[in-house]
Design a binder for this molecule. Structure first.
Ligand code: HEC
Ligand code: HEC
Length: 341
């Protein structure tokens, strides 16, 4: 299969004008035809796109999210061939077993990252990426991210990967240059990691149809705290349990500028993560400072107890949080019920 491509590549090479040649009025080949389309019998048909789980809002159709792209993205995401020394993949830091997240990891240069690896779930609804939202899209994020975390520039990496016959077939099935196809594939895979259909989604339908009753179920009690005096729902509103905004709640020991890089008024603020699937994460907050949901709730309780907090350090809303030790348990029970089993 590979050999059959050689004559075509040779023609393409001859077609390149040498320096000094007069430019010919030849139409540029469309970028999407950079590799010829092939029906490679070795590739099984791609699975249908993942279904939208219960509890999540509709997501606008995205023409880049195709079954072929998701199928290729799934293989790429776990392949250590993506790193310069073949030691790590996207999944090393964004571990699928932990809701596509991780603690603070070392970057490709061997130095620890400033921030922990966020959960790559429900990103189809996220406008700006990174803890500080500095990237407008996943295709903007990937080139610097791959260079920094995996150690190679995206273009040579993509060309190297496309030498693998299986990957060559994937690139050809998607169309475009290796770089375009690999970007689209990783983007499509990441954008379809939906996290929904949690125990709370089914409980919510029955529990909330009985307003005014005293909840005996700790999960229902936890929900009422979450939406009420614990203030959580202000910044983590359902159904995605994030407002998509930037706040200071977690402490910032490394004086990371956070959103301040884009908006100086928000120095030290970070994007509110979704709480769906949070029970699977090994660490919490951009620093990874909390290691369990109990730690997170304790952190909020402790910050709420600080007298005259500095709004440049902690959001004033946090000082309004009121939760007793017993209520903290209910709150954690509710947070756990936001993760599918
Ligand atoms: C060495 C660890 C590491 C590796 C490997 C890694 N990432 Fe990340 N990833 C991170 C960290 C840390 C962040 C947060 C960056 C920031 O906020 O500046 C992040 C952020 C992201 C985001 C933004 C998520 C959000 O909520 O804004 C996406 C998307 C992403 N990574 C995808 C990938 C993909 C795809 C790969 C493989 C090509 C990959 N990552 C490899 C550590 C890693
Ligand atoms: C003022 C807005 C705000 C309020 C109120 C708030 N949060 Fe947060 N929450 C955030 C932001 C922003 C982050 C990320 C902060 C960071 O990492 O620096 C966060 C992070 C978290 C995380 C960690 C998620 C992860 O993946 O790292 C959990 C869990 C959480 N909040 C639960 C709660 C609970 C429970 C409450 C109520 C007691 C609450 N939050 C109240 C804004 C808020």
């Amino acid at each position: 299969m590979k050999n059959a491509l050689l004559p075509l590549l040779a023609v393409a090479a001859i077609g390149c004008p040498k320096s000094g040649d007069k430019p010919k009025p030849v139409a540029e080949p469309a970028r999407r035809d950079a590799l010829p389309k092939v029906d490679d019998p070795t590739l099984p048909p791609a699975a249908a796109l993942p279904a939208m789980p219960a509890g999540l809002p509709d997501v606008p159709a995205n023409p880049r999210v195709t079954p072929d792209a998701v199928a290729f993205g799934e293989v790429l995401f776990r392949d250590p061939q993506l790193s310069h020394d073949r030691s790590r993949s996207c999944a090393t830091c964004h571990d699928p077993a932990h809701g596509f997240s991780g603690d603070v990891a070392t970057a490709a240069d061997g130095k620890p990252n400033f921030r922990r690896s966020p959960a790559l779930v429900n990103l189809a609804w996220v406008k700006d990426l990174g803890w500080d939202g500095r990237y407008a899209s996943i295709s903007d994020l990937l080139p610097p991210h791959i260079k920094g975390q995996l150690g190679e520039a995206i273009e040579p990496l993509a060309n190297r990967l496309a030498e693998n016959p299986l990957y060559h077939a994937h690139v050809a099935r998607i169309g475009g240059t290796p770089r375009d196809a690999i970007t689209q594939a990783l983007e499509a895979y990441v954008l379809t990691r939906y996290d929904g259909d949690a125990p709370w989604d089914s409980l919510e339908r029955t529990a909330l149809s009985r307003p005014g009753t005293t909840p005996s179920d700790p999960i229902v009690a936890g929900y009422q705290l979450f939406m009420g005096k614990a203030q959580c729902g202000v910044c983590h509103p359902p159904p995605l349990y994030t407002d998509g905004g930037y706040h200071r709640v977690a402490g910032n020991p490394l004086s990371d500028p956070g959103r301040g890089k884009i908006d100086p008024a928000l120095a030290g603020a970070f994007r509110t993560p979704t709480l769906r699937g949070a029970a699977r994460r090994p660490a919490f907050f951009h620093t990874g400072s909390a290691k369990s949901l109990d730690d997170v709730v304790l952190h909020y309780q402790q910050e709420a107890a600080v007298v005259n907090p500095d709004p440049a350090v902690i959001d004033p809303l946090v000082s309004k949080i009121r939760i007793s030790a017993g209520e903290a348990k209910d709150l954690v029970a509710f947070l756990r019920a936001l993760s599918a089993q």
